[in-house]
Design a protein around this ligand. Structure first.
Ligand SMILES: Cc1cc2nc3c(=O)[nH]c(=O)nc-3n(C[C@H](O)[C@H](O)[C@H](O)COP(=O)(O)OP(=O)(O)OC[C@H]3O[C@@H](n4cnc5c(N)ncnc54)[C@H](O)[C@@H]3O)c2cc1C
Length: 439
């Protein structure tokens, strides 16, 4: 088993108290550093629902059965299924910032009933049904819309089959002359903020101990595992790492997961004329063909134009990205090249988010050793799979073996992404090339 070892950073604890993320990774051959991510700005999704309740930070030493690190979709699903599976367990969830403040509240809310890069099958349908059943059982409405018409847009003519919808049609139907064609499909969508809020509510209801602003800065492994946070320790029999794209920064599988940075822009509600022009009534979800620098468009319930674009990759998988005027202009340019009529429509919300990419589009999932579990690297399409992989890990810890456990792929089953700085030069170079070529 190969696992990046966490090393003690003498004296870090007091400094760390003010910092959300602290990570040291000896195998990176970097000097011990403290990486502080600034307080995350909120997304449209969280800004437009009632603010979820706040939870305390850990300020004492505790002993629990299972500790989950990371309070996004994955961590909250894991904790929920652990506690509902065995209410006698003491389950604690430690989140570095606010619960759900990572990718889980910053995404586009597309819910594919398949695992990314893989055809739908019985297992992915089971996974999708589990998410739906969670909403029904907990009576949580997370705005799930099924069979939403979607476009798969091409800005270069595909080699295989000519797209069914022509560029001329698109100009009329979605107000964009940028694309040479598109194929119609359908998928599902939800309101990510409502799913975050629902998971928080469900975890609180079933009795998971929730802690916010409690970053795990060190893991001591022994007969029990000790998680060290700036103001308290957790001793646990089992630990689940659910830190997704933040994992490499923490020294967890950095050789497998690549961090890709995104930015989302959301306009004010469109006027009736703009709404007509946008074609969002007929085509409320849009994806672009292509690899790393693609875009997503969707509508919101109050008729805004939602646009996601890729910022790029940062050296050593850093989790933050300063949105300066250059980054802002570049994003604006990408939006207006596609939808020039949006020029005078003000942007009311914008935020940054990261996704964790693996070579086979599959999450790094399973066990690092007998008592240390993980599910990270959901490849920009985790809304449905995160919930399922949380369920799988919870059941494994509970001793309930399921046929779907065959889906877990621990680090040794993943291909490495070579390089450290060279990796950045290659990926950022590729993204820049694509942006230059495609706009
Ligand atoms: C812009 C954008 C658009 C996307 N669009 C889609 C989409 O349309 N459809 C789709 O299916 N998926 C989409 N995704 C991906 C999806 O959002 C993610 O796969 C999913 O949210 C991952 O959930 P998670 O719980 O694994 O990770 P996260 O939500 O990132 O949760 C990880 C948590 O771990 C915490 N953490 C990190 N380090 C520590 C530590 N040391 N101690 C304690 N806590 C820690 C972080 O603060 C974070 O809250 C998108 C992502 C982005 C960024």
């Amino acid at each position: 088993m190969k696992f990046r070892r966490w090393v003690r950073f003498a004296g870090a604890t007091s400094a760390a108290a003010a910092l959300p993320l602290v990570a040291i990774d000896r195998l990176h051959l970097r000097k011990p550093v403290i990486t502080a991510e600034p307080e995350r700005g909120t997304s449209f999704w969280m800004a437009t629902i009632p603010t979820p309740p706040r939870f305390p930070h850990l300020d004492e030493d505790i002993e629990v059965d299972v500790a989950v690190v990371g309070g996004g979709f994955t961590g909250m699903a894991t904790a929920y299924y652990l506690k509902t599976g065995d209410p006698s367990l003491r389950v604690v969830l430690l989140e570095a910032q606010r619960l759900g403040s990572g990718s889980s509240s910053r995404n586009s809310g597309g819910v594919s009933p398949r695992f990314r890069g893989h055809d739908p099958d019985d297992r992915s349908r089971h996974a999708y049904d589990l998410l739906k059943r969670f909403g029904e059982t907990e009576e949580i409405d997370f705005g799930l819309q099924e069979n939403v018409p979607a476009l798969y847009l091409h800005h270069r003519m595909p080699r295989a089959n000519a797209p069914k919808i022509t560029g001329e049609q698109l100009a009329r139907e979605i107000g964009s002359r940028y694309y040479v064609g598109a194929d119609a499909t359908s998928t599902n969508s939800l309101h990510p903020g409502k799913l975050v809020a629902g998971l928080i509510q469900a975890n609180a209801r079933v009795g998971v101990d929730l802690y916010e602003y409690s970053p795990v800065v060190e893991i001591e492994r022994g007969r029990t595992i000790t998680l060290i946070t700036p103001q308290g320790r957790v001793r646990a029999r089992d630990v689940v790492l659910a830190t997704n794209a933040y994992s490499p920064q923490l020294g967890i599988v950095p050789e497998i997961v690549l961090t890709i940075h995104h930015r989302v822009l959301v306009t004010r509600p469109l006027t009736p004329t703009e709404w007509e022009m946008s074609g969002l009534e007929r085509w409320p979800l849009r994806f672009e063909s292509g690899g790393y620098s693609t875009h997503t468009v969707r509508s919101t319930a109050d008729r805004r134009f939602f646009f996601r674009h890729v910022l790029g990759h940062r050296a050593f998988e850093a989790p933050d990205w300063e949105i300066d005027s250059r980054a802002r202009k570049a994003g604006q340019r990408e939006l207006l090249r596609r939808y020039p009529w949006l020029e005078d429509v003000p942007i009311e919300f914008e935020w940054h988010g990261i996704t964790g990419r693996t070579r086979d589009w599959w999450p790094v999932s399973g066990q690092l050793d007998e008592h240390l579990y993980l599910a990270v690297g959901f490849n920009g399409s985790g809304v449905m799979p995160t919930h399922f992989f949380g369920y799988l890990l919870a059941n494994r810890i509970l001793g309930n073996e399921l046929p779907e456990h065959a889906l877990l792929r621990p680090p040794e089953m993943h291909r490495r992404i070579p390089g450290k700085l060279s990796r950045h030069l290659v990926f950022q170079g590729w993204i820049n090339f694509r942006k230059l070529r495609d706009g």
